[in-house]
Design a protein around this ligand. Structure first.
Ligand code: NAD
Ligand code: MG
Length: 395
């Protein structure tokens, strides 16, 4: 498993929350409030919802605040902030924060490949990376993992499935791992017919049964592209080949994922669904501190179901295994095509099944490159977005 030893960073409790106004970002702020001193939000960033960002800044008095959407910087209400708080602007602000020597831990909670430059910068600066931004690993897993290794940083997953696997892997050695099993709620269309999925509205797709999340990941859960991205994420995080990564439907979202060892023992991590738990674990690892999250109540009956995942009904899964297997440029292309297709679906421009169909098409059309550098990945990201728009317009 490719995770360095716990850092001796003295300022590990000094935390940058990149994407502080989002679902993961605001859950992280809640965790930091509950942990109390010496844990501190030392930097906050957002792309939109600037009023909410500034309200958190007033409460937490971080050293640094960044607004990444340049257009929103003018006229920002900085009242209530001390003179020590510095305001940064533009995408470069994220990278500056990720590298700032005052920061020990970077919570990467930006959505999409927009989070890649700051994730990479944090890895190169040898920080502890609490990674929610799975797209960064999907696009550039090889580069991010190499940067973590070379610069002595740590990467602790925030994604609940990968946090569960990270914890379960501690029950054996790398050589003893037979396979990992990612659980998936199945999303709102778990039992839907093909006709129902063809006719799905944005509202139907946003109605997730167990998790409250940002809009992009909620649509990804409905197509099961989220699980595809998680297969790829697991491949890079844990260095496990795609044929040893299985997906199982578990509608209750209590078992967050499992590791099967060579002797047949399966080790799982369980808790009621609440992202504050994996976020806190990523901050405090290897310690475990008291948390505000709900606990399992075994005084009540529990019904935990496990059902096989069906790639025929959810073809995104097949894309996940293919990309995890091929690596190279495929992750950048799949991710960008998906981000653009989700945007088109949310804007009412394409139908629900076209999200994954479009991704398959663009992936097949692209010129495969086995070990692209960052510039090429960024170019392919742009290319895939343009292609999916052309494809959608022609449909
Ligand atoms: P969200 O949409 O709720 O929040 C996204 C945050 O990123 C916001 O603060 C927004 O201002 C910022 N942002 C958006 N576009 C940006 C850009 N171009 N540049 C800089 N910042 C930008 O998303 P979320 O649900 O919190 O998800 C964040 C990440 O965490 C995603 O990668 C997602 O896959 C992952 N994740 C989320 C959950 C969850 O429960 N929400 C669980 C596991 C993993
Ligand atoms: Mg997840």
């Amino acid at each position: 498993m490719q995770v360095n030893q716990p850092s001796s960073y003295k300022n590990r409790t000094s935390i940058a929350v990149l994407g502080a106004t989002g679902s993961i970002g605001s859950a992280t702020l809640d965790v930091i409030r509950h942990l109390g001193s010496p844990w501190r939000a030392a930097a906050l960033t957002a792309h939109s919802q600037i009023a909410s960002l500034m309200q958190s800044a007033r409460q937490m008095q971080p050293d640094l605040v960044a607004i990444t959407d340049d257009c929103l910087v003018e006229g920002v209400d900085c009242s209530g902030l001390t003179d020590e708080v510095r305001l940064l602007r533009g995408a470069e602000g994220l990278v500056q924060i990720a590298q700032d020597p005052r920061i020990g831990t970077v919570v990467a909670a930006v959505v999409g490949s927009a989070g890649l430059p700051s994730t990479l910068a944090a890895a190169k600066a040898g920080k502890r990376l609490a990674l929610a931004n799975k797209e960064a690993l999907v696009v550039a897993g090889e580069l991010v993992m190499a940067a973590v290794r070379q610069h002595g940083g740590e990467l602790i997953p925030v994604d609940s499935e990968h946090s569960a696997i990270f914890q379960a892997l501690r029950a054996g050695s790398d050589k003893q791992v037979a396979r990992i099993v990612l659980t998936a709620s199945g999303g709102p269309f778990r039992n839907a017919t093909q006709a129902e999925m063809n006719a799905a509205t944005v509202q139907d797709a946003l109605a997730h049964p167990t998790w409250q999340m940002g809009r992009k990941i909620t649509i990804d859960s409905a197509t099961m592209m989220n699980k595809a991205l998680e297969i790829i994420e697991a491949r890079w995080l844990f260095g496990i080949p795609s044929d040893k990564i299985q997906v199982v439907i578990h509608p209750q979202s209590i078992v967050h994922s499992m590791v099967e060892f060579t002797d047949g023992s399966v080790v799982a991590q369980l808790s009621p669904p609440d992202m504050r738990l994996p976020i806190q674990y990523a901050l405090t690892y290897p310690d475990r501190l008291a948390s505000p999250c709900p606990k399992m109540n075994f005084a009540q009956p529990w019904n935990l179901e496990f059902l096989p995942a069906d790639p025929q009904r959810f073809p995104a899964l097949t894309l996940g295994w293919e990309v995890a297997n091929r690596g190279g440029s495929t992750g950048a292309v799949l991710n960008a095509a998906n981000e653009a297709a989700v945007g088109l679906f949310l804007a009412g421009k394409i139908k629900f099944p076209a999200i994954v169909a479009g991704c398959r098409r663009i992936l097949e059309e692209h010129n495969y490159s086995p070990s692209p550098e960052l510039e090429e990945l960024m170019r392919l990201d742009q290319w895939a977005r343009e292609e999916i728009h052309k494809w959608a317009a022609a449909c």
